[in-house]
Design a protein. Structure first.
Length: 252
C-alpha cells in the first residue's frame, strides 16, 4: 500500500508542476502547449502530459540543454514523501484525502510565493471550499461535529494576529499571507492555529538567519512567508497535539 501511496503522490506531483509552470508563466491550462523555457520549443505530446520534470535530463532541459530549476524534481519528491507521511499518520480515509489536497495547494502556494511573493486568490478559494466540503462530509458520513465556532475563532484570531503584524510592520506581512493563515486557522481551530503561527515564525526566523549568515540573502531582502506557513501547518497537523501536550506537561 505504501508503494501505491508514494506513486500516487509522485504522479500528482507531475500535475502540480504542470499547474505551477503555467501559473508562473501566466498561461492557460490547455493553450499554449508546454514548451522549453528558453527557446519555447513545444514539448512532444507525452512530455506535455507527463509534466515539466519529464522534459529534464539530469539537471538540463532535453531540448535546449540549459540548466533547469530543481523545483520540478523537488515538488514531485516532496509531494510523494508528504503523501507517504500522511498515510503513516492517518491511514487511508477522508482525513488523508483532505490533508493531501491541502498539502497540494500549499505546495503550489509555496512555489508561487517564493518566485513572486504573491499568493493567488484561486488557491485561497479552493482551500476554503475544500475545507467546507471536508467538514460537511465528516458530519454526514461519521456524524462528527464540524465545530464551526472553534473554526471561526481560529480564523479570526489567526488572520487578526497577522493583520496586526502587517499594520505594525507597515506591510511586512502580505495580504495573501493573512488570508492563508486565516483559512488554515479555520481548519485547525483556535488552539492549533496559535501553535501554527508560532511554528511558522520559528521556521521563518531559522531559515532567514541561515540565508543571511551564508549571504544568500541580505537583511534588506524580502523573504516569502508562504512556505514557512505551509511547513508549520504540516508540522501542526502531524504533531501539534503532542507538542501542546508536552508543553503543558513540562509546565505542570
Amino acid at each position: 500500500m505504501k508503494i501505491i501511496i508514494l506513486t500516487l503522490g509522485l504522479i500528482i506531483g507531475y500535475f502540480l508542476n504542470l499547474y505551477i509552470y503555467r501559473l508562473l508563466w501566466e498561461e492557460g491550462l490547455v493553450a499554449p502547449s508546454s514548451h522549453c523555457l528558453k527557446y519555447f520549443t513545444s514539448f512532444k505530446y507525452y512530455g506535455s502530459i507527463l509534466g515539466p520534470s519529464f522534459n529534464c535530463k539530469g539537471d538540463k532541459c532535453r531540448y535546449c540543454k540549459e540548466r533547469v530549476v530543481l523545483q520540478y524534481l523537488l515538488v514531485e519528491a516532496l509531494n510523494g514523501f508528504t503523501y507517504l507521511t500522511l498515510y503513516n499518520y492517518f491511514g487511508v480515509g477522508l482525513q488523508f484525502v483532505f490533508y493531501a489536497v491541502v498539502v497540494d495547494i500549499l505546495i503550489i502556494v509555496s512555489v508561487v510565493d517564493y518566485y513572486f511573493q504573491i499568493i493567488p486568490d484561486k488557491c485561497h478559494i479552493f482551500l476554503l471550499i475544500s475545507t467546507f466540503i471536508y467538514k460537511l462530509l465528516q458530519f454526514l458520513l461519521y456524524d462528527i461535529s464540524p465545530y464551526f465556532l472553534n473554526s471561526i475563532i481560529g480564523l479570526i484570531v489567526s488572520s487578526g494576529i497577522f493583520l496586526l503584524i502587517a499594520i505594525l510592520s507597515k506591510g511586512g506581512i502580505g495580504g495573501g499571507d493573512i488570508k492563508l493563515i486565516g483559512i488554515l486557522g479555520f481548519i485547525l481551530g483556535f488552539k492549533l492555529s496559535l501553535l501554527n503561527i508560532l511554528i511558522s515564525f520559528f521556521v521563518g526566523a531559522f531559515v532567514s538567519v541561515f540565508l543571511i549568515f551564508f549571504k544568500i540573502k541580505d537583511k534588506k531582502d524580502s523573504i516569502a512567508f508562504g512556505p514557512f506557513i505551509s511547513i508549520a501547518f504540516l508540522i501542526t497537523i502531524l504533531e501539534g497535539k503532542n507538542i501542546i501536550f508536552w508543553y503543558f506537561n513540562s509546565l505542570f
